[in-house]
Design a protein around this ligand. Structure first.
Ligand SMILES: *[C@@H]1O[C@H](CO)[C@@H](O)[C@H](O)[C@H]1NC(C)=O
Ligand SMILES: *[C@@H]1O[C@H](CO)[C@@H](O)[C@H](O)[C@H]1NC(C)=O
Ligand SMILES: *[C@@H]1O[C@H](CO)[C@@H](O)[C@H](O)[C@H]1NC(C)=O
Ligand SMILES: *[C@@H]1O[C@H](CO)[C@@H](O)[C@H](O)[C@H]1NC(C)=O
Ligand SMILES: *[C@@H]1O[C@H](CO)[C@@H](O)[C@H](O)[C@H]1NC(C)=O
Ligand SMILES: *[C@@H]1O[C@H](CO)[C@@H](O)[C@H](O)[C@H]1NC(C)=O
Length: 557
């Protein structure tokens, strides 16, 4: 400890020196030899990136320094309290001497003069414990209760995805899938998704973690996706909160917990990357959103803009980007006022406190704020679903800047007679959906319901894809539903032992997965087929949407 203290700043300085020695001449060379504007822009961004990373390293270094400082302060306390009882000192004279040297307390004779310069009262900085004294009851209260992590760090963008138990359908898996689908390989290597299961019920946390591990094995393995949960001791008694803003207690409880949740997630995320982006568990993202956000942020840094928030979605706290080095401001603010205001108000207040004046009007404040809080258009994120996890609070807010989201994906399918046991809602019939004119939207599927496509001529089926749910109604999916085909029995000679069949002679070829998609190839032994159908096995609490129907015939019937 004593040795690493003076060395660390040296190391940092030498880092800087290396940067200066290697990078600056290289970049000058490139600038001189390549007048290409786009190349220059790339360089400017690269410089901004290095600058941002350096800032981050600096912060990490400062955090270590802070730890040492706090430790030395505590040692100092020990030392002075030892001094106070000179008749029986806590520490040997030798130990005190070492401590004095370490803590920077001026050397005084042993059995010190307490009114001298060195013996003055040590001041204490306020800490998180002043705002959350209950954290001291348990030494583990600032450590995740559950962690599924490969400790990825040093990425450009860390995303926080808080999720809570919902009484209605959860969109978490669909959201994660969408985030992954919207990233390139390079983007996936340069970011980190932290799923924060904000529940203290370990059973439930494990269940979510298991689902994520099953569904996204590779991404968990590579460290791209992490799952954490908070310990119960992190929260104060949520039943004895102050009822603030005249809100009902349930709402106060909900928004208080959200403040604490965000603070926990940000504290965990802060050392892992350069930028932090707050997301939610029920969103859609635009393609390549990672590079878009990163290059926008770097451009702003290159432009010397003093931004605090970059906003990539206009809704609540979704798509708000911060520099990880600046998260401590936000975290501290949330922890100070967690019982007083909702989290998005606190963010607004923090910015106001930074730049607004009492002696100017709201318009002036708005203008000043817009320098630190920059909106990016069009939005990169959109809400899906209509239910907020606050019971009964239906949340239909949509970001108008996001643009139109496709609600179905049309295909041209082989001629078929289409029948459905599930009654369709309005004009959203299966016939039209099969033709690619709209999506199918059916009321409450029941066990034994069939959606059958009987081909005009037997078809050699290569591949099928049925996608249920859509962006507006992601939980209107098919659950526990199989895909089955009826071979053209005149032509085939099959051993039924090789396949699972239904009592009415259909062969089961697939089923809908937990994301509401059924996709697969059809064994050539079963071809050609007369019909393909969906067979529902369980009651559903949701209606059901088919937003994509693809029946792909092998070329040449
Ligand atoms: C000082 O030492 C005596 C004897 O060991 C003990 O009774 C007393 O509590 C100590 N006082 C303080 C302030 O530590
Ligand atoms: C404390 O520091 C002084 C000089 O700064 C040095 O002479 C002395 O040996 C140090 N004592 C210990 C115990 O490290
Ligand atoms: C403590 O220091 C003050 C000022 O340096 C001095 O006047 C006083 O006599 C000292 N007291 C003792 C007990 O050493
Ligand atoms: C049909 O199966 C039977 C019994 O497995 C076999 O004897 C017969 O040769 C098969 N016919 C064709 C056309 O494969
Ligand atoms: C038939 O279904 C059982 C149980 O779902 C499964 O384990 C088995 O692999 C299936 N067999 C075939 C040939 O698909
Ligand atoms: C699917 O339905 C079958 C038949 O009702 C039932 O036995 C099975 O438990 C269901 N599976 C799931 C995952 O709900």
């Amino acid at each position: 400890m004593a040795l690493s203290l003076p060395l660390a700043p040296l190391r940092r300085r030498s880092n800087l020196l290396i940067f200066a020695l290697i990078f600056v001449p290289c970049s000058l060379l490139v600038l001189v030899s390549g007048p290409d504007l786009s190349q220059e822009q790339v360089l400017v961004q690269r410089l901004a990136e290095l600058q941002a990373r350096l800032q981050h390293l600096d912060l990490m270094h400062r955090a270590r320094q802070e730890e040492v400082y706090v430790l030395s302060q505590q040692l100092g306390q020990l030392l002075t309290s030892g001094d106070a009882n000179a008749s029986s000192p806590l520490l040997s004279a030798e130990a005190r001497l070492v401590l004095r040297n370490l803590t920077g307390l001026a050397l005084t004779q042993d059995g010190a003069n307490s009114s001298s310069v060195a013996g003055g009262q040590l001041l204490r900085l306020p800490s998180v414990y002043h705002f959350l004294p209950h954290l001291m009851d348990n030494p583990l209260s600032l450590r995740p209760a559950f962690t599924l992590s490969r400790s990825r760090s040093g990425v450009s963008i860390v995303m926080g995805v808080p999720t809570v138990k919902r009484e209605l359908q959860s969109y978490l898996l669909a959201t994660l899938q969408n985030l992954l689908d919207s990233m390139s390989v390079e983007e996936a290597a340069d970011c980190l998704i932290i799923v924060f299961v904000a529940e203290v019920d370990q059973e439930y946390v494990l269940q979510v973690a298991r689902q994520i591990e099953e569904q996204f094995r590779d991404q968990v393995e590579s460290g791209l996706i992490e799952v954490i949960s908070p310990p119960a001791s992190y929260y104060p008694d949520l039943d004895s909160l102050q009822q603030t803003l005249g809100d009902p207690l349930e709402r106060v409880r909900w928004r208080t917990k959200q403040n604490l949740d965000f603070a926990f997630l940000m504290m965990y995320a802060q050392p892992k990357g350069t930028f932090y982006v707050q997301l939610e568990d029920d969103i859609l993202a635009k393609k390549n959103f990672i590079s878009t956000m990163k290059s926008y942020a770097l451009q702003k840094i290159a432009d010397k803009s003093p931004w605090f928030v970059l906003e990539f979605c206009q809704l609540g706290f979704i798509g708000k980007m911060f520099k990880c080095v600046q998260l401590p401001w936000l975290i501290q603010f949330f922890l100070m006022f967690y019982n007083d205001k909702p989290v998005d108000w606190l963010l607004d207040h923090l910015i106001q406190s930074k730049v607004c004046r009492f002696d100017k009007d709201a318009k002036d404040c708005k203008k000043a704020k817009s320098q630190l809080w920059i909106h990016y258009k069009p939005s990169l994120f959109q809400h899906i679903g209509t239910h907020s996890s606050l019971k009964g609070k239906v949340q239909k807010l949509k970001d108008k800047q996001f643009g139109k989201v496709p609600l179905f994906y049309p295909h041209s399918n082989p001629d078929a007679e289409v029948t459905s046991d599930i009654k369709n809602y309005k004009q959203y019939s299966l016939v039209k959906a099969y033709r690619g004119e709209t999506y199918f939207w059916g009321l409450l599927p029941q066990p034994g319901d069939h959606l059958t496509f009987t081909f005009k001529y037997p078809v050699r089926l290569k591949r099928y894809l049925f996608r249920s749910g859509n962006a507006e109604h992601p939980s209107d999916r098919f659950y526990n539903t199989t895909v089955e085909v009826m071979p053209d029995s005149n032509l085939v000679n099959l051993s039924k032992n090789d396949f699972n069949t239904t009592s009415d002679g259909f062969f089961i070829v697939g089923k809908f997965d937990s994301l509401g998609v059924a996709e697969g190839f059809v064994d050539s032994k079963l071809n050609p087929v007369k019909a393909i159908r969906l067979n529902v096995h369980s009651d559903s609490e949701n209606w059901a949407i088919l937003s994509e129907i693809l029946v792909e015939a092998a070329s040449g019937r």
